[in-house]
Design a protein around this ligand. Structure first.
Ligand SMILES: *[C@@H]1O[C@H](CO)[C@@H](O)[C@H](O)[C@H]1NC(C)=O
Length: 453
């Protein structure tokens, strides 16, 4: 009797339910998940530049690898310079991934990595010596040079320069301020004390470090009478998830290799300034001369007599778009004949300075996603791998507690797949509740001993 009534009720309710569910299901499934984040940006880059300026196709086809030893060798090993610049940030937690995924792959292929670091003097500057100092470097890696300096300051006409401090020409700062640049995704304004204007000075200081660290390498070459084959631009706060590709199989000369993702523009945006092509500048490697040009942007922008920040420089560029615009210039193309994506998968996430509870930035719960076009599984895969790299550096029970956290979160997600999928389009925070920063996250971390009870 009760069964019959239940079935009748179900029959009455089911059709409206289905009518409501079908559009939701169709809507949710049209969410444009790419099969894989890799490669998406290469396609986007090609279509964004529309064949007008395309550093990816500027040079003749690649013919084989460079082989080793085109430049000089030390004990039979070709030299690779590895640069670190700016604030040390989380260097004591990224160092294990730097060793595992940059230094060790180079050593295994018979290269001699030589570190050059130009750090910014701040509260964490001691980490440079602690991690990259002569005695701290892993076996097989040598130190070419390590300096820590105060942040270069813009030379405002009314200020006296401070002794020992690098001055950024005021004209250079003004050129960017007037353009204006668009350092922030959300805008950032262009008034005198807007975020963009203030950050312009910081961008110039970062570009200064890049130019100066390259000079350190060139001076080392003169001193030692030897030349580098490759240069790698690493960052102190990148957690490397994948091993550096085998450089013996890649051509070095004239080529700069950049990540295939995170290029800071959207070819589908309705805003013209956001459609302009860009390049992920957070990591790069390439032939030594091409990488010298890559690092020379500060000198080209801030030359007092012959700056490239002139009327022809497009306005409202972000950092990535500025890098693209710079590398695509005719005069730069003389040394950077080709910009290519790093072959295979090469992911790295940023890690902010903070206590060991600080996790890699591009986490699966971040709204909006910091790496576009990543399907959810990919976000978890890359983020878990990055988190494991940091925990391996933290020691103690960090790895065990981290695994516990990943497991609880994975169990919760596996138990709510359908529900999360149905709400993912219109209630993202609920769909993300088992992700880092989500509503259930503190509970998981407390259970795993990652938070005070
Ligand atoms: C990393 O260094 C900072 C100081 O800059 C320190 O507070 C922190 O505890 C260190 N973390 C690890 C895991 O060693």
């Amino acid at each position: 009797m009760a069964m019959g009534r239940g079935r009748r009720l179900l029959r009455r309710l089911l059709p409206p339910c289905v009518c409501v569910l079908i559009p939701i299901v169709l809507w949710a499934s049209s969410s444009g998940r790419g099969a894989n984040g890799v490669g998406t940006y290469d396609q986007a880059l090609s279509s964004a530049v529309g064949g007008v300026v395309d550093p990816f196709s500027r040079a003749p086809a690649v013919t084989g690898g460079s082989g080793q030893g085109q430049r000089d060798v030390v004990d039979g090993k070709p030299l690779v310079a590895v640069y670190f610049t700016g604030q040390a940030r989380s260097l004591n937690r990224t160092k294990c991934s730097i060793d595992r995924n940059l230094f060790q792959p180079l050593i295994a292929r018979g290269f001699q990595p030589v570190v050059f670091a130009l750090g910014e003097m701040d509260a964490n500057a001691g980490l440079y010596q602690e991690v990259l100092g002569e005695k701290a470097l892993p076996a097989g890696v040598t130190l070419g040079g390590l300096e820590v300096i105060s942040r270069p300051q813009v030379a405002f006409p009314r200020n006296e320069p401070v002794a020992g401090e690098v001055s950024i020409p005021h004209s250079c700062y003004e050129a960017l301020r007037k353009k204006p640049m668009r350092w922030y995704h959300s805008g950032g304004g262009s008034e005198k004390d807007s975020k963009n204007t203030l950050y312009g000075a910081e961008v110039l200081s970062q570009l200064y470090y890049r130019a100066k660290v390259d000079v350190m390498r060139v001076e080392w070459e003169k001193d030692q009478g030897k030349k580098f084959e490759w240069v790698v631009n690493a960052r102190p706060d990148n957690i490397y998830v994948n091993a550096l590709p085998d450089l013996t199989s890649l051509p070095a000369d004239g080529t700069v290799y950049v990540p295939s993702w995170g290029h800071g523009f959207d070819p589908k945006s309705s805003s013209k300034v956001k459609r302009r092509a860009g390049l992920n500048d957070r990591f790069a490697f390439g032939g030594a001369d091409a990488m010298s040009s890559y690092h020379d942007l500060y000198n080209r922008l801030c030359s007092e007599t012959n700056t490239i920040a002139d009327a022809r420089m497009p306005p409202k560029m972000n950092f990535e778009q500025m890098m693209w615009w710079y590398l695509a210039r005719e005069d730069v193309a003389r040394t950077v004949s080709r910009v290519r994506s790093i072959p295979g998968e090469f992911w790295f996430l940023r890690l902010r300075h903070g206590p060991t509870s600080t996790w890699p930035l591009e986490h699966p719960g971040h709204l909006p996603p910091l790496v576009k076009d990543w399907p959810e599984d990919k976000r978890w895969e890359v983020w878990s791998a990055a988190a494991r790299q940091t925990w391996s550096c933290d020691g103690g029970r960090a790895a065990e507690q981290g695994e516990c956290w990943l497991r609880l979160s994975a169990e919760s997600r596996a138990g709510s797949t359908w529900w999360r999928w149905a709400v993912s389009k219109f209630w993202k925070s609920a769909a993300n509740r088992a992700s880092p920063g989500g509503a259930l996250d503190n509970l998981f971390r407390r259970r795993c001993g990652l938070l005070e009870a």
